[in-house]
Write a protein that binds this ligand. Structure first.
Ligand code: HEM
Length: 110
């Protein structure tokens, strides 16, 4: 039987926050650069931000692959017992959807 830990490991928590901060930075960057690239006074800076956006996107993809490999090879803490069945289902479905999006977003951006 697999022994479930009480909390996520340092590796999982570090990957979680690195990916979260990177994704949150991508949204304002993407919005700003898409407009700024058409403004001659901001074009040079926007071009550089495009390159940063692409690099951070690939970094997110690489970190997510590591995260998925970690998830497939390590047991995670159990959900609280007092959660109802539908709540446990919603939590698991949300996690799966996040993993899928964290792979799909960099790939579609690329
Ligand atoms: C988690 C990953 C990513 C997120 C959250 C993200 C987010 C965004 C957002 C919010 C925009 C602005 C869209 C708009 O205003 O219409 C954008 C634009 C853009 N992104 Fe990303 N992006 C990601 C990955 C990537 C990657 C990996 C690349 C390329 C290697 C990329 C290339 C671009 C380009 C070229 C645009 C400008 C599109 C245009 O002006 O039509 N993105 N991104």
């Amino acid at each position: 039987m697999t022994v479930r830990p009480n909390r996520y490991s340092v590796v999982a928590i570090t990957l979680h926050w690195l990916i979260a901060i990177a994704i949150l930075s991508m949204i304002p960057m993407g919005w700003w650069m898409s407009d700024a690239i058409n403004d001659p006074s901001q074009q040079a800076l926007a071009y550089r931000v495009f390159q940063i956006h692409k690099s951070v996107g690939f970094l997110i993809l690489a970190l997510t692959v590591l995260r998925v490999l970690w998830r497939l090879t390590h047991p995670v803490p159990a959900l609280p017992l007092e959660m109802k069945g539908w709540e446990q289902f919603a939590a698991r479905a949300t996690h799966v959807a996040f993993y899928a999006l964290m792979i799909a977003m960099p790939l579609t951006g690329w």
